[in-house]
Design a protein around this ligand. Structure first.
Ligand SMILES: *[C@@H]1O[C@H](CO)[C@@H](O)[C@H](O)[C@H]1NC(C)=O
Ligand SMILES: *[C@@H]1O[C@H](CO)[C@@H](O)[C@H](O)[C@H]1NC(C)=O
Length: 478
């Protein structure tokens, strides 16, 4: 049966016929037909993935969208429609951080996406808490050089920064909506974590400004939500050192020296003296996972092999629910040629080796403003209500950092601090300000949906519906 949402069911046939009959004459027409964005949507449809031993009742698509023709930059996306009734569900863009990390590696494969990867690096399983239960999710690898996103101008990879990332991401969206016109004007949300604490507000600002100038209505930005997000270098540093000290991870002396040498530094471009102090702190931490300080770290001899995880004999895995080695599984999976083929990754543009995070992109990062709080203010003034959450066992951008940053906005409180509940247990705490909702997710690390998938789904539901986090329902009185 033809997909009712795709109005060009006979496209392939007519093209094939044309091609056979007028192969030489109509070559030009053929090429331009393929450039028809909606036809490209159909070609981007992913049918079945290697290692997918189950059926899914939603459509998904992946491919490249050109963001700069002159330099030949194209960003790679993977778009997963909602499980039910995608026409009525919002559109959610997912960005991960780094800078240099892939939203497909993290967002899709270990956090909010439907397809997660088993430890064999070959088999997929369905994430029961996938956010495509409530939204159509667009995963974007940005900027060029991240994941499968590429540039024909190799120097592009050495010249990425915040500004270019926002500009390219906006160009991506404008072109993507031409390929998926059925989503034009749909309620649109952006979410991300970590360094996407820069990307998400910056892209939102670019969209708001673009819409103001052009009166274009295809990107109907409603809000954004960031988690464990880099927001303001000074407050993030202050909160980070305080958290590490209070959690008992570093010595008194190191705490003092970190504050002295790093508080006023850039997170991304720090001084040698601050770097040295952070190295000392890292040694004191020992081999814990700073992204989730109370769970085992991935010690599956990964540092020795640095490639494939040792499969069955992995140490440090006490919980079935959380596998600290998930990144190593996706590194295996997304390097498989058959996986790349299924995802429409062209061998011509595929990276020599797909990586969860690109070090080249990361170490060559250019502009990284010390704060994005000014953007928060601008967007709140423009009428957006923003959401910020934090997993409270993260020692990379901890809850203390986020609280200091929010406090610096000096927003009036609308609803005071209080616990929110999940199945009768405290899922965390929340406070509502004028223009911003803050949510703590109890016991979650840096990647909240990885550690607390059920609570994260509750969170995104509240975010998308603009309702407060659930409180305890008292059933006794009636
Ligand atoms: C990169 O170069 C190849 C070969 O010339 C071309 O086919 C491709 O379209 C270019 N990519 C972009 C994004 O322009
Ligand atoms: C890790 O490597 C060491 C040294 O090669 C070996 O003795 C140990 O058994 C390995 N551990 C696991 C869990 O494979």
């Amino acid at each position: 049966m033809p997909d009712p949402r795709f109005p060009f069911g006979s496209f392939e046939f007519s093209i094939a016929t044309t091609l056979i009959i007028f192969v030489n004459l109509y070559l030009g027409v053929f090429a331009s037909s393929l450039r028809d964005p909606v036809a490209q949507q159909h070609l981007d449809r992913v049918l079945k993935l290697p290692g997918q031993n189950f059926d899914v009742n939603f459509a998904h698509y992946s491919g490249y969208v050109t963001v700069n023709e002159k330099y030949g930059r194209a960003l790679f996306y993977w778009f997963v429609e909602a499980v039910e009734d995608p026409q009525s569900k919002p559109l959610l863009l997912r960005l991960n951080g780094g800078p240099g990390c892939s939203s497909i590696a993290y967002g899709m494969a270990e956090e909010i996406g439907p397809f997660h990867i088993k430890p064999d690096g070959k088999t997929l399983y369905l994430n029961p808490y996938s956010w495509n239960q409530v939204a159509n999710i667009l995963f974007l690898d940005s900027p060029a050089g991240v994941g499968y996103s590429y540039s024909n101008t190799s120097s592009d990879l050495l010249n990425n920064g915040d500004k270019k990332t926002a500009a390219d991401s906006l160009a991506f969206l404008l072109n993507w909506f031409e390929r998926f016109p059925q989503y034009k004007g749909r309620d649109f949300y952006i979410t991300g974590e970590s360094y996407a604490g820069h990307y998400v507000p910056q892209l939102s600002q670019a969209i708001v400004r673009y819409n103001q100038v052009t009166k274009d209505e295809k990107i109907n930005l409603r809000s954004y939500m960031v988690g464990n997000a880099l927001t303001d270098d000074y407050h993030d540093h202050l909160g980070l050192f305080q958290f590490m000290w209070a959690a008992g991870l570093i010595s008194d002396q190191t705490y003092k020296k970190l504050n002295l040498l790093c508080d006023f530094e850039s997170f991304i471009h720090s001084s040698v003296a601050c770097d040295k102090m952070e190295d000392i702190a890292a040694k004191e931490l020992g081999n814990i996972d700073p992204y989730s300080i109370f769970t085992p770290s991935c010690s599956a001899n990964v540092s020795q092999s640095n490639l494939l995880p040792k499969r069955k004999h992995r140490v440090g895995r006490v919980s079935e629910k959380y596998d600290p080695c998930t990144e190593t599984h996706s590194t295996v999976y997304f390097n498989l040629p058959e996986v790349q083929k299924a995802l429409h990754v062209s061998p011509e543009f595929a990276p020599a080796r797909w990586e969860t995070c690109s070090e080249v992109v990361n170490i060559n990062w250019k502009d990284s403003p010390r704060t994005v709080l000014d953007i928060y203010k601008e967007l709140i003034r423009s009428g957006l209500h923003l959401w910020v959450f934090s997993g409270d066992t993260d020692a990379v951008i901890p809850v203390t950092s986020t609280r200091y940053s929010i406090d610096a906005l000096k927003l009036p409180t609308v609803k005071p601090w209080g616990a929110w509940y999940d199945d009768g247990q405290v899922g965390g705490w929340t406070q509502e300000y004028a223009g911003l909702t803050f949510v703590v997710v109890r016991g979650a690390g840096h990647e909240v949906p990885l550690h607390k998938p059920k609570q994260a789904l509750t969170l995104v539901k509240a975010f998308l519906s603009g309702t407060p986090m659930p409180t305890l329902q008292l059933v006794s009185d009636s």
